[in-house]
Design a protein around this ligand. Sequence first.
Ligand code: MTE
Length: 315
Amino acid sequence: MKFKNIIKENEVTDQSLYKSRRNFIKSASILTASTIIGSTTANAFEIGKHESTNKYTIKNEAITAKKYASSYNNFYEFATSKDAPAELAHTLKPEPWQVEITGHCKNTGVLDLDDIVKKQTLEERIYRFRCVEAWSMVIPWLGFRLSDLIKQLEPTSKAKYIYFETLKDTEQMPGQYRRTIPWPYREGLRMDEAMNELSFMAVGMYGEKLPNQNGAPLRLVVPWKYGFKNIKSIVKISFLEKQPVNSWNQIADDEYGFYANVNPEVDHPRWSQASERRIGAGFSLFNPRIDTLKFNGYGDYVADMYKGMDLRKYF
Ligand code: MTE
């Protein structure tokens, strides 16, 4: 993950973005985080049941403008530079989309993403997003709780880990012609992490379907972990007894761990993790680095899962 700074302008999200967002999943009910984004949100979706919550939101921090979140991307299936995925990812065909379910669960098989989504309550959650390269954003995701999907799939007592795979298809993802990563991209979580209330499956952001470059049509969002855990364009979910391999750990296990919890006390060999730079918040002179929070500020939700673990060893 090479760092290339391409963001120069100062901009925060234009709240009117929310006014223009489209309804896209007709049968789903939507939960919106209306407190942070104002009254415009309440009327943004004219379908289904509208509930609001201010639980999963970020106060006093600007939401990153969509143009940055959708143009400054890590998506090696297309390119290794940050600006290229937005231009190249049009070859990905996110509809129709299927997800294969395998391993230690009752409901194995191939599911249409539409059928998965129809059974879920969609909600909007505004989460911090922190890359191990020491940049960060604040993003309004749209999706559903991973735990709700897991309950439907009925894992057995043998399921100790959940494993995800991205699509492997050189036609749709031409960057896979290069062996930058042993394709497909892989990620995993311990079962208790997957069941944590913060673990989220995103199908949208900024009130619209996920742009291809952000991992359409389905990606994982685990906000207390470094960005690379947030696997994109998922086609396979498996329940495993043993800890799975995750791509970056496979590539460089001294640099990238399995847990990848945001931790300012444990530096990456090439990037100090003590502070971070908010993308889209201006030139470095006017955009001072901010202190990185342990677990990216989500300790109240997740710290208990790691009690007694040496987080230097299990980084
Ligand atoms: N998922 C896949 N399949 N391929 C990738 O290259 N990059 C990861 C993660 N998920 C990646 C991926 C990394 S390193 C980061 S920081 C985030 O996606 C970036 O997400 P974003 O482009 O939506 O900001």
